[in-house]
Design a protein around this ligand. Structure first.
Ligand code: T4K
Length: 389
């Protein structure tokens, strides 16, 4: 249990965590295995450029997801850029605005215009029924984002992409280890891109992976992430390589993946129990018939019902040293350069704008105990004036 002291500033919420409890505190999987991998790396003096740990990590991911190809990269943002380039995507690409800004930046960085689409408020994912109206003669692709690891409506997006001759990609930064209709995420669209950033439940410090069942595309991205080398230099390329130490961390975490998911599920159920029956507070759910990594605990705070704004609750949590986050406030369309480029984008994004005012992401993962969660929920109930039933 974390040490606590009284918070004199908030009489009704007297708990302050001495050590901050924050969203995104990294998991450390099998430490002994990782340290022994480091020893091997130092002894071998092979630190990067497709070493044995990178090769094993790629192989293990492809096997786990049942995909033909996995190409690991230095992070998901560069992974998206590489795959966009490898697919010759240009012009305009339709994406949700309710995502981490990396999805939009990967496009803009390549001179491709992100066109923001509204989301389905029930799933927080891009709403396929709103995609078609955004297609123009310049549109060449769609990027769906599996927000919180809950899969997009891949069938509807695939149908639109095929009918309209567009490329379909998925930003699967949140969705490693998740499934849709029993098929692992990684098998949809032309390619999917995972993030293994420190804040993700399986992390490689920094890192990501491009996965695809397209042999030709796999060959292109593998070459492009290594300056365009394939024997000789055959195309433009970049340095998107993952180092051996990152891959070793990935392997140590992958070995513990089921344990990490179990901890996330335990935490999720604890939040569910502690926050049930609070009018105006909804904990987003995961489909029990699918595989989910439960790495995000997301609340929607409906101010009309609670009488308290999400931001008031956030302020109290922060004063108690609980560093919850407002992902993905205020929406990409309200961040630069998009805010200046598309000042009226919000008019077509009413659901996104509402969500950005409601969503709160709470701490979970291996650094958070059930006791911590009970205290966090006690504070939340205190702010909302509810006692435990
Ligand atoms: N697409 C989507 C949908 C994404 O969510 C992301 C990344 C990407 C693409 C791009 O993936 P990468 O290129 O990063 O592989 C964080 C992460 O930096 C970012 O990777 C992640 N999404 C996003 C959701 O969260 P920030 O701006 O919130 O980072 P920061 O530094 O404020 O840290 C977040 C929390 O984690 C804080 O509470 C502190 C904690 N933290 C962070 C680090 C780095 C730790 O406790 N330890 C750490 O080592 O973006």
């Amino acid at each position: 249990m974390k040490k606590r002291q009284k918070n004199p500033a908030i009489s009704e919420n007297p708990i302050v965590f001495k050590e901050s409890l924050h969203v995104g505190k990294p998991n450390v999987g099998n430490r002994a295995r990782f340290l022994s991998h480091i020893d091997d790396i130092l002894k071998s003096r092979w630190f990067t450029n497709n070493g044995r740990f990178v090769q094993e990590f790629e192989w293990r991911i492809a096997e786990k997801l049942n995909v033909d190809h996995c190409v690991v990269v230095c992070n998901a943002t560069v992974g998206l850029e590489i795959v966009l380039r490898a697919l010759d995507i240009t012009g305009e690409v339709i994406i949700p605005s309710f995502t981490f800004v990396a999805t939009a930046h990967a496009l803009q960085w390549l001179g491709i215009t992100p066109v923001f689409c509204d989301v389905n408020p029930a799933t927080h994912n891009i709403d396929p029924s709103k995609v078609e109206a955004l297609i123009t003669s310049r549109t060449t692709g769609i990027i769906g984002v599996h927000i919180w690891g809950r899969p997009c409506d891949v069938i509807a997006l695939d149908e639109i992409a095929r009918r309209r001759g567009l490329k379909l990609l998925f930003d699967a930064a949140h969705a490693f280890g998740c499934s849709h209709n029993g098929r692992m995420i990684g098998n949809f669209g032309h390619a999917e891109v995972f993030s293994f950033h420190a804040t993700k439940f399986v992390n490689t410090f920094e890192g990501g992976a491009i996965v695809t069942n397209d042999d030709e595309l796999a060959k292109r991205v593998r070459s492009m992430k290594n300056f365009g080398f394939d024997g000789d230099v055959i195309s433009i390329g970049t340095n998107g390589k993952m180092s051996e130490i990152s891959a070793a961390m990935g392997l140590a975490n992958l070995g513990d993946m089921e344990k990490l998911i179990k901890t996330n599920i335990r935490n999720y159920h604890c939040y569910e129990k502690e926050l049930k029956n609070i009018h105006g507070v909804t904990l987003i759910s995961y489909d029990r018939n699918e595989r989910s990594n439960y790495q995000y605990v997301i609340l929607e705070i409906d101010q009309d019902k609670t009488g308290v704004t999400r931001d008031q609750l956030l302020k109290t949590l922060h004063s108690c040293n609980i560093l919850a986050r407002r992902y993905f406030h205020p929406g990409c369309h309200r961040m630069e350069p998009y805010k200046s480029l598309f000042p009226y984008a919000g008019l077509l994004l009413p659901e996104t704008e509402r969500l950005c005012e409601k969503v709160l992401c709470l701490p979970t993962g291996t650094s958070v105990s059930e006791n911590d969660i009970q205290q966090i929920c006690e504070i939340i109930r205190g702010v909302l004036g509810k006692s435990r039933k």
